[in-house]
Design a protein around this ligand. Structure first.
Ligand SMILES: C[S@@+](CC[C@H](N)C(=O)[O-])C[C@H]1O[C@@H](n2cnc3c(N)ncnc32)[C@H](O)[C@@H]1O
Length: 261
């Protein structure tokens, strides 16, 4: 496992206890994904659903009620997240890596994955999802595009040259990786969704609470000094909206894919 991946996994492990309470935008994005799933439903019964990067499982609750899969493989690489997933006789919790799935070829009917693959190499993640899906199987995926947290990236630009916000891949990169992995694109949609808070401090606290904070190059950085922090706050203020809230944009990419038969 690379140093960066260990760093991301540790951030999600630490965030597990606070994740659900802070994951309002993530719930909204799961609702978007569920609408897409309903527009592209499986043709037959689902014996095995893979929830790839399942987190605490809360995001997939409504999916479960609608889809009623016989078995769910709830996979995550952060043990802290998995420990909070309810799991039961039909929901099998699996600690594993999306880029190297511990499942046989063609063993899964449907993949659901919300806001997890952006931490992966697109080619490797898509190849693995394509490998484990049965021919004709569906994958419903959300990920984040390049404009995610652009306000924060801009605000940090004047402070130092560290990578405070990771770069996110374009929708085109995800589509090309999917096609190379043997998928047909059934639908792609990209639109911004905003998290909001009263202050920049609260916005950053919320991002930290879901585990997505300061995951840049993986290097540990020194905390910002007082004047750098004040400069950051001043720059960010220009984004304050008419409703007095400060936004943080999530550039959401929603994909419906089908494994070529
Ligand atoms: C933002 S959370 C989303 C959780 C859940 N899908 C939801 O919608 O609430 C991202 C999850 O992906 C997991 N994750 C990130 N990279 C992963 C990888 N390479 N393999 C497995 N899980 C991964 C993290 O541990 C975390 O639980």
């Amino acid at each position: 496992m690379t140093e960066r991946k260990r760093y991301v996994r540790a951030a999600f492990d630490r965030a597990a206890p606070t994740y659900d309470a802070a994951a309002a935008v993530q719930r909204e994005i799961c609702a978007q994904l569920l609408a897409l799933a309903k527009a592209h439903p499986p043709q037959g019964p689902v014996d095995y659903l893979l929830d790839a990067g399942c987190g605490t499982g809360t995001g997939a609750l409504e999916l479960m009620e609608w889809l009623k899969p016989v078995n769910t493989l709830a996979l995550d690489f952060a043990p802290g997240m998995l420990a909070r997933h309810p799991g039961d006789a039909r929901q099998h919790r699996v600690c594993g890596d999306l880029e190297s799935l511990p499942f046989a070829n063609g063993s899964v009917d449907v993949v659901w994955s919300s806001l997890a693959v952006q931490w992966c190499n697109p080619g490797r993640a898509m190849a693995e999802l394509g490998r484990v899906l049965k021919p004709g199987g569906l994958a419903w995926i959300t990920t984040l595009g390049p404009d995610t947290l652009w306000e924060l990236r801009d605000a940090f630009r004047g402070i130092d040259d560290a990578e405070h916000v990771i770069g996110f891949h374009s929708a085109d990169t995800w589509q090309q990786s999917a096609i190379q992995a043997g998928f047909q694109i059934r639908s792609t949609h990209q639109s911004p969704t905003a998290a909001t808070a009263d202050s920049l401090r609260q916005l950053l606290k919320d991002i930290k609470a879901i585990g997505a904070h300061q995951v840049g190059s993986g290097r540990r950085r020194k905390p910002l000094g007082k004047s750098a922090w004040q400069q950051l706050e001043r720059t960010y203020e220009q984004h304050r909206r008419a409703d007095a809230r400060l936004p943080a944009t999530y550039d959401v990419i929603v994909l419906a894919l089908q494994r070529i038969a």
